[in-house]
Ligand binder design. Sequence first.
Ligand SMILES: Nc1ncnc2c1ncn2[C@@H]1O[C@H](COP(=O)(O)OP(=O)(O)OP(=O)(O)O)[C@@H](O)[C@H]1O
Ligand SMILES: [Mg+2]
Length: 624
Amino acid sequence: MDMEVTAWMSLYHVTNAHDDKRPFSKATLRRIWSFARPHKTRLTQYLVISVVVAVLAVATPVLAGRIVDAIVSGSSFDVVLGLAGLIAGIAVVEAALGLVSRWLSSSIGEDLILGLRTTVFDHVQRMPIAFFTRTRTGALVSRLNNDVIGAQRAFSDTLSGVVGNLVTLVLTLVVMIGLSWQITLLALVLLPVFVLPARRMGSRLARLEREAANHNATMSTQMTERFSAPGATLVKLFGRPEQESAEFATRARRVRDIGVRSAMVQTVFLTALTLVSALALSLVYGLGGFYALTGRLDAGSVVALALLLTRLYAPLTALAGARVEVMSALVSFERVFEVLDLKPLITEKSDATTVPDGPVAVEFENVRFTYPSADKVSLASLEEVAVLDNRGGVQVLHDVSFRAEPGQVVALVGSSGAGKSTIASLLPRLYDVDEGSVTLSGVDVRDLSAQSLRDTLGMVTQDGHLFHESIRSNLLLAQPGATEDELWDVLRRARLLDLVRALPDGLDTVVGERGYRLSGGERQRLTIARLLLAKPRVVILDEATAHLDSTSEAAVQAALAEALDGRTAVVIAHRLSTIRAADLILVVEDGRVVERGTHTDLLAAGGRYEELYRTQFAEEATVS
Ligand SMILES: Nc1ncnc2c1ncn2[C@@H]1O[C@H](COP(=O)(O)OP(=O)(O)OP(=O)(O)O)[C@@H](O)[C@H]1O
Ligand SMILES: [Mg+2]
């Protein structure tokens, strides 16, 4: 591998030789190489072909010079014909090799995209929930799309360019010097004129590129957020579409401006190059003509030198451009690596165990918890803030201890923001505790395999998320192998049978984004049906606070009863009926369990629970 790394390092030196404010580290290059390594064979073939093409490119002008000499010296027609035939042959071979090398470069490039994309996707999937609560989806999607493609450009467009052009450059120079060193020297006088600005332009373009990438990410963030059913609802309700459009347009305009500017920067540069090479050509013709007239050089050599000169400036132009492309491609690579470098906070142990068979006891012991600070879980550029807020988080849970015996239902009640959902999220390891422990049948959840944890726990969250897919596939998420009968059975138990039967497409009805095409109660019951299908041994239920009409309420109630039947359950209860059914009620306030007991005991005690009961549930009690 060392040879290839060296190749990359030389590229690094080409691109980084001067005044770069953001040097790219060797580590980054090694890492890029690790993605390219699997395509080593094709890369080598590609490089070999590039070298062959470069050699052929130098051969043609020399042969053309020979033809002129043959004409001038009055050789036989056969000689001229032979040389012309050779030129034709070279052209055909060049064309064929061009096709092969294009195939190689694009297939390597696309494979690289594939590798990067799947790696980023896998990695992001493993990130803790804390990451997703902070990250803007659009920004993340943009990394997966735009930056991955930007990174690939380094390979398919640039790598060959650099190697092939370097070879062409050196060969051309050698041949030219062989023909006439004086003319070669003269032709190169103008060289610094375009090599110097190339460097400056490189970093300028990279800066523009970075800014454009940020704007693109912001635009896709705005789109993914606003064009979702809840987002669009919000925009309509608050009635500020003009403002939204204006914001979007501002960013889009900025991207346009950058597009025009970078095109202009590049064009000015290219035009200057063309001009310089044309001027150099006139110098060659002038001096060469003078030498030829004074007999110091053949006419053929003048022609060869002129043709070689055009071939000299082409690779120089390409190399100067390559620098720019490599710069922006490296920016993209870095943006992708930035995401890959985020370490998942919550990982499975190598010697992870499983929950013992049989009914499961759930226990919290002196649990303290603080939501992780931004720098641990997030990237400023994905949150779209300049700097992450690194304030130490406020401790949310203090010394929470309780035990749910196998088959028991523990209800958590308390005011909004008390920490109930937080307690629930520690069970499936959406977050890990800071101190203390959460155990299932005596095994710490941190010692369990992710699979065992998933199989044991079933959670219905407050917002009851559904994917924008059919009812069937939303249910099958819980148990991919479920039969048609099982599906209808859980729908019946979740009190959804009539509804789904009445739908024209039945189980194949698409629920709409986040389930927005269902009512709140229906959505909840569908998530309960999903839970019933998974048959977890422990149920975690974050009851929605939304009040439903009494029919819907009764249906949800019945579905819940099915879900809790015979299972250990931790229920965040907002309904009196659920609370009454609990074996143990915990009153949570400010992250502490302030009271515990049964409904009757707690009412009799006349404390916080009694107060909650009077203010929140009394009305319900009189209705039911
Ligand atoms: N992802 C998060 N990052 C930081 N703080 C959070 C996060 N989620 C919740 N909090 C904070 O933790 C505290 C407890 O929140 P939690 O969601 O557990 O309340 P809750 O008891 O479930 O309330 P509700 O009854 O309204 O659902 C709140 O102060 C909240 O602001
Ligand atoms: Mg909550």
